[in-house]
Design a protein around this ligand. Structure first.
Ligand code: ATP
Length: 346
């Protein structure tokens, strides 16, 4: 069992607080993604779990054992970091087998594991090459293979696919997800790429300014963002927001239109995803500003009473700048946020 518990972890660098009271449990064999913009503290949190950084306060437990005072090598963890430390003077085979040799595994077992993981990462043809001769993307795959070859209980990965081109990245993300699902590994994976996060994670922890804003399944984070930050960060394009004024008894005025919503006497923010809008007889009046045919869809950037508003529409529709569209929000997809707390109220 390799459940990871992060308890009340905070980290300050001088006067700067990089992490605030982080509490997170990653279940045994779960694939947890830490997702957030640059500087939000993802790498710092991962380094604390790895033992490359010391938490200012708090504890880290793995499999029911407190490990934050142990050196990295005694934590039962394999790591793949952005600056993947692949030894340039060793061949790919020697690099992947490095940790296995340190563990004094028999030669045939080393060979079996190296060949298997090299195949998984599509680098079996590179096994005899010196790692110093490889491209950045190839070296990155060697680093991932080396970690997987250890068959660890816990694997920590920091942007392990960042050096790959778009197509290979997509392929590798599926491979890696498959490999980890088959192994009994608990994984923490850091990325700022939301597509990668959505596609790979069992759960995503969305981080912002040193805090976890929401930890939930990808679909939950997408459909039911717990805070405005999540709604504005996840999704491409992200959610639309409009000010909503209450007219009593769960009735609201949004973009000049009447709508049903939660019962509240305070002003709220109405939010809807661009793809949850349908052209209709009644709905929000949106003036098209920019029309972008994206092949599968038509992305229309509009103005609704002075607010920026985007709609993802059927690619067969004909829309030109200046057209006034009437867009009905799919009612079960509407979210409401409290502008003061920025948290979802419904
Ligand atoms: P990125 O995606 O750009 O790697 P991140 O979310 O992983 O970003 P961190 O690397 O964890 O962010 O950094 C969080 C904050 O802590 C940043 O503001 C960073 O400048 C600061 N920080 C990180 N390491 C140190 C350090 N050793 N000394 C001082 N400040 C640091």
């Amino acid at each position: 069992m390799a459940e990871i518990q992060i308890k009340n972890v905070a980290k300050t660098f001088g006067a700067y607080q990089a992490l605030h009271d982080i509490n997170l449990t990653i279940q045994d064999q779960e694939f947890m993604v830490l997702l957030g913009a640059s500087g939000c503290g993802k790498t710092t949190l991962l380094r604390i779990v790895a033992g490359l950084e010391t938490a200012t306060t708090g504890e880290v437990w793995i499999g029911g054992r407190r490990i934050d005072h142990l050196p990295p090598k005694d934590r039962g963890i394999a790591m793949v970091f952005q600056n993947y430390a692949v030894f340039p003077h060793l061949t790919v085979f020697e690099n992947i087998g490095f940790g296995l040799r340190m563990q004094k595994l028999p030669n045939d077992e080393v060979k079996r594991r190296v060949e298997r993981t090299a195949e998984l990462m599509h680098i079996e043809q590179l096994l005899k090459r010196y790692s110093g001769e490889l491209s950045g993307g190839q070296r990155q795959r060697v680093a991932v293979a080396r970690a997987l070859a250890m068959e660890p209980d816990v694997i920590l990965m920091d942007e392990p696919l960042s050096n790959l081109d778009a197509l290979l990245r997509m392929e590798m993300r599926a491979e890696l997800k498959g490999v980890l699902a088959e192994s009994n590994t608990t994984a923490i994976y850091v990325t700022h790429d939301q597509v990668e996060a959505m596609s790979m994670a069992d759960r995503i922890s969305v981080m912002h300014q040193g805090k976890i804003v929401q930890a939930a399944s990808p679909i939950e984070v997408y459909r039911n963002p717990a805070a405005e930050f999540v709604a504005g960060f996840i999704g491409n394009p992200p959610m639309n927001f409009l000010p909503a004024t209450p007219s009593g008894n769960g009735k609201w005025t949004v973009g000049g239109q009447d709508m049903d919503g939660p019962v509240s006497s305070e002003t709220l923010k109405f939010a809807i995803r661009p793809e949850d809008l349908r052209p209709s007889e009644t709905g929000l009046k949106a003036t098209a500003k920019v029309v972008e045919p994206l092949g599968a869809h038509l992305l229309v950037t509009c103005d609704v009473e002075g607010a920026l508003f985007r709609a993802v529409l059927d690619s067969d529709m004909t829309v030109k700048p200046g057209d006034v569209l009437t867009l009905a929000p799919q009612t079960d997809r509407v979210r409401w946020f409290n502008p003061e707390t920025t948290l979802a109220v419904a």
